[in-house]
Design a protein around this ligand. Structure first.
Ligand code: NI
Length: 137
């Protein structure tokens, strides 16, 4: 395939922090660090096979919607033990924030996250896979 070059626009302050961080980690240059970041982000996708990892799902929902809370709890109970823990915050009179820590196969965690985010009434759903964190230096 060969090597391709591309330009990236980034705030100066963010780039300074990035440069400092990659220097601490011993990277010789930005390209090398960015290649590793891209590889790590791809591992977070469906391509990572059977390796287990952890992930965090967070979402906000309106608890005044009938049966919504019950549905969300049922989905977590049906996760096959993927839910390690969850935290519930009553944000205001209507909105609840829930943070769910998952452990399992990447694809299964993503399916679970998509299922929760797909429930009508769930908003601001965000899923962060963090695979193989125990292997990190
Ligand atoms: Ni609540």
């Amino acid at each position: 395939m060969g090597v391709k070059r591309f330009g990236v626009s980034i705030p100066g302050e963010l780039l300074d922090k990035f440069d400092a961080a990659i220097e601490r980690k011993g990277y010789k240059n930005r390209s090398e660090a960015i290649r590793d970041l891209i590889r790590a982000s791809l591992i977070g996708g469906a391509s990572s096979g059977g390796r287990r990892g952890v992930g965090v799902l967070s979402f906000v929902y309106d608890h005044s919607i009938p049966k919504l809370e019950k549905t969300l709890t049922a989905i977590q109970h049906e996760s096959g033990g993927m839910v390690v823990t969850s935290m519930h915050v009553h944000l205001d009179e209507r909105n609840c924030l829930e943070v769910v820590v998952l452990r399992g196969k990447p694809r299964a965690m993503r399916v679970f996250a998509d299922r929760v985010r797909g429930v009508k009434g769930v908003k601001h759903g965000s899923f962060s896979p963090m695979l193989g964190v125990t292997d990190l230096p």
